[in-house]
Design a protein around this ligand. Sequence first.
Ligand SMILES: *Cc1c(COP(=O)(O)O)cnc(C)c1O
Length: 391
Amino acid sequence: MMDRYPTLVEVDLDAFKWNLERIRDLIPPETKILLVVKADAYGHGAVRISRFASECGVDMLGVATLDEGRELRNDGISLPILILSPVLTEELEEVLQNDLAVTASTFDFAAAASRAAVRIGTECSLHIEIDTGMGRAGLPRDSAVEIIQRVKDLPGLKLDGIYTHFPASDSDIDFTLDQISFFTGILEDLRKAGLLFQFIHCANSAAVINFPSSHFNMIRPGLLAYGHCPSIDLKDRIEVVPVMSFKSKLILVREVPAGASVSYGRTFIAPEDMTVGVIAAGYGHGVSHRLSNKGRVLFRGRKVSIIGRVTMDMTMIDLTDFDRPEVGEEVVIFGRQGEEEISADHIAHWDGSLNYEVLCRISKRVVRVYLRSGKIDSTKSLLGIHEMTQG
Ligand SMILES: *Cc1c(COP(=O)(O)O)cnc(C)c1O
């Protein structure tokens, strides 16, 4: 059925469910899960992932922007949704109309949210972020308690949550423990002042594994649910499987004589007569230009080399050692083929990026196909899948 797509991303929903179960193994049953689905669910398709995640019992969704939250609401997703990044005050009205919760990093923002809520006659669900060491967003930790006490008196606000974020929960134990204890101290001061929060959440993927004391009553993983670890050292600690595979096809097979060049800049000159495959994916699909003359892909269950520069729409590979490669044959950019696997970690290593980025950079032009039990999920028509990727 998917034969008509030369390039596609396969999203294995069973793998996603498996990963959620492995994450649940690490937390008490009453601990809630806020699944982070920003950046189109790390490239997996936020609408489909969010819908499936709500079936799997996830309690809340985390996005980065108003548009991401609105996309989910427009699809009828009813779970609570928290916007993790600061939004502009100009966006607040639409935030409220779409029943999205926002994060406050300043008193002024909370005051603007209060005014917007009063103006349109609703309540704004607010989570307070505290900067205990991330150095990005959040109230300064030393004045947090004082600011929150002023925020609590503003009309139109529901102080639903409080959180902090870890910059090094995969690598710096002492620093992270210090953050956790500072945050715990703030919670204690707030409790003494009569301020309790329904949702207390800190743990990103690495902290889910490394710091049970950071779990509070809700965890906030992203990457782990998609089957990847924030760092190689954590790999042995949880048995997650990659949810996404990125696949293309040969759209041409060519004989290239010794001495001829391949692709822009003529950075590759054939050292001998060669067979070169052209695949239907380039940097405009999410195959990094930095993989030029460097990366590898899978063909007939073996790793083969990318030759010449990756172009916007096509990439050339060395198929000299194969018997009659044919147009239409599958090429795996990352994922499994036969006994071999190329992971997002391999690609990140080759091109000097991050596994997070390898997943996120796959563009909207690549169709996402959802599988259950290795089969295409029949609950969604081809047309539906297509609509969704056009977001
Ligand atoms: C992206 C993000 C997360 C998820 O991080 P992972 O490392 O993917 O688990 C959690 N919290 C915040 C505030 C984030 O921005």
